[in-house]
Design a protein around this ligand. Structure first.
Ligand code: ADP
Ligand code: DP6
Ligand code: CO
Length: 346
């Protein structure tokens, strides 16, 4: 390979949260999750790959800094799964399987701040590697999952369901598309960046502590998520916004309740996050029904869902309550979409 291959992958926002693993190494989740993938022209990772006999050693750069591979099991696993595929497709002794690989990635939004950088980042890494070696495969979600669980959902655009599966080796733990972005084009996401600094407890460490110490977690996994997942998929298929929005808010709240039930607690939301939650409920109460919903990942930043027809009025009120100098908010309008398949390398 004498050319650099560059691809982009967008973030995805979970409406049913993945929180807790049954296998730390294979990254197998305890529960199903459901998400929406954003457009690539908004929050995305952009990754370039070059490989060949002239590359001296495997290297990965993220946002201009070296990511040491020797101490990063996830990067190692993604590289070795890609090399396994190369051998399967091109023969055990093909020269490509011996080549070293140089990777350079940039996120156009804050990394490790609860804005799903690991999802876009690992989806982009495995997609770019697959493109660089001309690997046509259905295994990309499973490989991306072993970089970061949420990354398996960013391989697809639109509305995505990550089925937890039951198999110990993870053969049935995979992402499937519920519907493309064209199914519900009126759906909009607003992202309020409350704080863009690195979170104190990464998602990986936070969910491990929750599995070890939260008594509520098993209740959520067994009693709440299965029905919610079924109901939200139905709401997406029927374009029932009120139902979709209600389930989204309940699941975000329950996820953060588990974070607080973790010992010592993982506190991801801050005062501004709680003000946003109160504002949304007040707004919906005044409107007489649910017009807008919120969800928060492992960080204080809010993702709001609203239909296009309600956007302008809502934005005019939101800006009065959260002027940008107070909340450091950033408003990004846009429909989720873009399977990385549609993104031409450039
Ligand atoms: P976030 O809420 O942003 O997903 P996480 O704690 O889940 O935060 O993961 C952040 C980590 O994901 C980073 O420290 C880095 O190891 C990895 N990551 C983020 N972006 C990329 C990228 N573009 N390429 C490779 N790895 C990435
Ligand atoms: C709160 O996928 O970042 O964003 O698999 O350990 O890399 P690892 O964790 P990660 O966890 C995401 C947690 C979440 C919810 C979600 O995206 O489903
Ligand atoms: Co993450």
């Amino acid at each position: 390979m004498d050319k650099v291959v560059t691809c982009m992958a967008p973030v995805n926002i979970a409406t049913i949260k993945y929180w807790g693993k049954r296998d730390e190494h294979l990254i197998l989740p305890l529960n199903d999750s459901v998400s929406l993938t954003l457009d690539c022209d908004q929050m995305h990772s952009q990754t370039s790959v070059v490989a060949g006999p002239f590359v001296k050693k495997d290297t990965v750069m993220l946002n201009g800094h070296v990511m040491p591979i020797e101490t990063n099991e996830r990067l190692q696993r993604c590289f070795s799964l890609i090399r396994k595929l190369i051998k399967e497709k091109k023969g055990e002794n093909c020269p490509e399987a011996q080549w070293n690989i140089r990777v350079c990635s940039e996120n156009n939004f804050p990394t490790a701040a609860g804005l799903a950088s690991s999802a876009a980042g690992y989806a982009c890494l495995v997609y770019t590697l697959a493109n660089a070696f001309d690997l046509v495969t259905e295994d990309l979600p499973a490989i991306a999952r072993q970089g970061s669980g949420s990354a398996c959902r960013s391989i697809y655009g639109g509305f995505v369901h990550w089925k937890a599966g039951k198999d110990d080796l993870g053969s049935d733990s995979t992402a499937v598309q519920i519907a493309t972005e064209a199914h519900w084009p009126e759906m909009r996401i607003i992202i309020l960046v409350v704080n863009d600094s690195h979170k104190k407890t990464s998602s990986t460490v936070g969910m491990k502590k929750s599995v070890e110490t939260s008594e509520l977690l098993q209740y959520r996994v067994n009693k709440c998520v299965p029905e919610r997942t079924k109901d939200i998929i139905e709401a997406i298929i029927n374009k029932n916004f009120v139902k979709f929005a209600e389930i989204t808010m309940r699941d975000s709240n329950q996820f953060h309740a588990i974070c607080l039930d973790t010992y010592p607690p993982c506190v991801y939301l801050n005062g501004v996050s709680h003000e946003i939650i109160t504002f949304i409920h007040d707004y919906n109460d005044a409107a007489g029904h649910v017009k807008v919903s919120y969800t928060f990942d492992a960080g204080p930043n809010a993702f709001l869902f609203i239909l296009e027809k309600d956007l302008d009025l809502f934005m005019s009120e939101l800006i009065q309550v959260f002027p940008s100098d107070k909340s450091k908010s950033k408003y990004i309008r846009g429909i989720k979409s873009t399977n990385p398949d549609q993104v031409a390398p450039y």
